[in-house]
Design a protein. Structure first.
Length: 741
């Protein structure tokens, strides 16, 4: 680092900070002027206040670290530009020249992908060619330049190494300055095709997904709003874990759902949904040789079938039958005047408006029927009045009635027809409802129950599976309970018949932990989205829900994107764990059978770290508890902010918490129902640890009884190991699991 250059950069930072202070002061003055100038126009005033407040908020966010990089770039026959890159762009209000350039701007791609020498970037005007003469990174803390570092191609540079040394709760936020080439390609990929990312544990899938949203919103701000984007994540707990990242990137109001939440939103009412991990817990707690017996295997087969595209095809067959019998099987007639034949109404419903949901089809068909009524208005009115006259004449000739009774009866006859005559005379479309109100009123749950009870059994060749599926699902539905695998068909039925309350302007969906969703779930998302604009991120090695999820991406792409409108890519580098920990995780995943391993990507760690793993045999679980307490104290004193004890299942975790709390009250048991994440000491079941990371991880009792040498336990152990960033302690009693031998 050159001393003169360092002093020049310090002076530059000082100037930038001063400009930011000036911009902040001017915005505050503008806010005061807005109060005076737009006192009578509340809408304009509110809009200007919103823009000013957002700019002020952005300025305050970046002032401690206004920028993290610089690029010197010269376009041919133009002067060289010194471009400072930060989290958000800041313009000089006097000159409109950029003080800081947003990392998402097209020219910033030179920093992430370019090399010293000739380079180019893609702008809205086309390809801009030129030459990079400098790429520089800055280490800035509280507006003070600590040092700078000149780099070429971004790989394991100094800034990345510093970021990787941060604690778990900070690292998720600070990726912008350290985005690597392979990550950058995913963030900036074309949004018009489906993007499928197979990323190893710790490769930054989640943070990349969030930065991709920020990038797309920034570059398509004239076309899209944040509300046009949706994130699907496995749990509310996971959503809370990432919730503070998007605002930090300058992005708010992005829809964030679990699949269960999406079901609530589409259907428009609360459902009693079983914990999506219940089935997994049932399987986890069985011995491996029992997984092949009828009961447990049937449970697995049912979940797999309900999540498959084959199940969707059966649901489609059912919906075809519902469609065929949906309308009243009769002509539309008003007072003996036939307005439309049943065949013509049905043709409109089943063919003309086939692409619409049933409710909107009815709306369109009503318009046709009403148009016919208008064309036949005179004939209908004559028929009504003629019928009324006949009724009155017959009544008047009835000698059994007194004069008073005849007078009353006559009034009744007039009142009977008057309302209908008024509706027809005033072109009131409600006259059509007389016919369509005969459609049977059912909600999507009732339709699904009818599908299970009366339709599906004869569509499944495996009668053991068919019988279990029908009986088990009906039992749950009668208790108003819905399993996770039933959500996709219920959402699909609702969408096809009633449409959706999800805003129609949804343009892009990002699915994290995608390996845990099945073909039917993805087909539903594509149906709602009406396009393939999706970013799908997952890791087959972490597919603990593989009984209902994706087992290999090739088959998934062939089923969901048969037209070839999908891009598949991998992330193999891991930036979470030390080399020692990741190599141990790779050894674990290597124990998978060959047919499973061919779809697995092994992690390539970049973080050095000595003495990262400790494996210790202990005489009893009480001794494990004592060792856990010692490790918690040791790591807390070392400055670790997040420590996790990972047990096999929730029952083991309850016992761990009960015993640990005697020594340390500040422990939190993470459960499926939780919606908030706080750093500290956590006790986590292995299957809920996915997607999270901790400074240190303690695996409670990895003996041969708890973790057997089968596919599910291998994946659970792989997930547990790869949660650790710096330290991993493995305790066990009796014999260590064969997976670790």
């Amino acid at each position: 680092m050159d001393e003169k250059e360092f002093l020049r950069e310090k002076e530059k930072l000082k100037q930038v900070v001063q400009k930011l202070n000036n911009e902040e002061k001017e915005l505050e003055e503008n806010s005061a002027k807005t109060d005076n100038n737009y006192e009578k126009d509340s809408y304009v005033k509110a809009h200007i206040e919103y823009l000013n407040n957002k700019k002020l908020s952005d300025l305050k966010k970046i002032k401690p670290k206004p920028y993290f990089a610089r690029i010197d770039f010269q376009v041919k026959n133009e002067s060289k530009e010194e471009l400072y890159i930060g989290k958000i762009s800041v313009l000089d209000s006097q000159t409109q020249n950029p003080i800081v350039i947003d990392w998402r701007a097209p020219i910033s791609n030179l920093y992430y992908d370019g090399r010293i020498g000739k380079s180019s970037y893609k702008s809205p005007e086309g390809i801009i060619e030129g030459e990079i003469s400098l790429k520089r990174q800055y280490f800035i803390e509280n507006q003070i330049l600590q040092k700078y570092s000149d780099i070429d191609l971004k790989t394991n540079d100094d800034l990345l190494q510093v970021a990787l040394e941060e604690k778990a709760d900070d690292r998720l936020k600070n990726i912008v300055a350290t985005i690597q080439v392979e990550q950058n390609n995913i963030i900036r990929a074309d949004m018009n095709k489906a993007l499928i990312v197979q990323g190893v544990a710790g490769s930054g899938k989640t943070t990349i997904a969030l930065h991709r949203i920020a990038y797309l919103i920034y570059n398509c701000e004239k076309e899209f709003d944040p509300e046009n984007f949706m994130i699907i994540a496995p749990t509310k707990f996971f959503l809370n874990y990432i919730s503070n990242v998007l605002p930090d990137l300058g992005v708010e109001n992005v829809k964030q759902y679990t699949f269960e939440d999406l079901a609530y939103e589409i259907i428009g009412k609360k459902l009693k949904i079983s914990d999506s991990n219940e089935k997994l817990v049932t399987i986890v707690n069985k011995e491996f040789d029992e997984i092949n017996n009828g009961d447990i295997q049937t449970i697995i087969n049912e979940a797999k079938f309900k999540s498959s595209i084959e199940f969707k095809k059966v649901v489609d067959g059912f919906l075809n039958e519902v469609e065929d019998n949906y309308l009243p099987a009769k002509d539309f007639i008003i007072e003996n005047v036939r307005i439309m034949r049943y065949e013509n109404i049905k043709k409109l419903f089943t063919q003309e408006y086939k692409e619409l949901d049933f409710q909107r089809r009815i709306g369109e068909v009503k318009k046709h029927v009403f148009s016919k009524i208008r064309n036949n208005k005179d004939t209908i009115v004559n028929a009504i009045t003629k019928k009324r006259s006949l009724k009155i004449n017959r009544m008047l000739q009835d000698n059994t009635l007194t004069e008073e009774e005849k007078r009353t009866k006559r009034i009744e006859i007039f009142e009977e027809t008057e309302d209908l005559l008024k509706k027809i005379d005033k072109d009131d479309i409600r006259v059509v409802d007389i016919y369509f109100n005969e459609i049977e009123k059912k909600d999507c749950i009732e339709y699904y129950k009818e599908f299970i009870e009366n339709y599906i059994y004869n569509k499944i060749d495996n009668k053991i599976l068919a019988e279990y599926l029908v009986n088990n699902t009906l039992k749950n539905l009668n208790k108003n309970e819905i399993a996770f695998e039933d959500l996709a068909p219920i959402i699909y039925i609702h969408y096809k018949i009633f449409g959706t309350k999800v805003k129609k302007n949804l343009r892009h969906v990002i699915v994290d932990e995608a390996q845990d969703y099945g073909e039917f779930q993805f087909s539903v998302l594509k149906t709602i989205l009406k396009s393939n604009s999706m970013t799908i991120l997952g890791d087959i090695a972490q597919g603990v829900h593989s009984y209902r999820g994706i087992e290999n991406w090739k088959k998934f792409i062939e089923i969901e994107f048969p037209e070839g409108d999908a891009i598949y890519t991998t992330l193999e580098k891991t930036y979470r764990t030390t080399k020692e920990i990741m190599y141990k995780a790779n050894e674990v995943i290597d124990k998978l059978p060959d047919f499973e391993k061919k779809f697995i990507t092994k992690g390539q760690p970049v973080i050095d770290g000595k003495d990262s793993i400790h494996i210790k045999k202990l005489a009893s679980e009480d001794e494990i508890i004592q060792n856990c307490i010692e490790k918690i104290n040791e790591y807390t004193q070392s400055g670790f902010k997040s420590i996790a004890i990972i047990g096999k299942d929730i029952n083991e975790c309850y016992n761990i918490k009960k015993k640990i709390q005697k020594y340390n009250k500040n422990v939190k048991l993470i459960q499926s129902k939780d919606s908030e994440y706080h750093a500290g000491i956590s006790i986590v079941p292995s299957y809920l640890a996915k997607g999270l990371e901790f400074d240190s991880v303690i695996l409670f009792n990895v003996n041969s009884e708890k973790y057997q040498n089968n596919v599910l336990d291998i994946k659970l152990l792989y997930v547990a190991i790869t949660r650790a960033m710096s330290k991993l302690d493995i305790f066990y009693t009796n014999e260590i699991s064969k997976i670790l031998e």
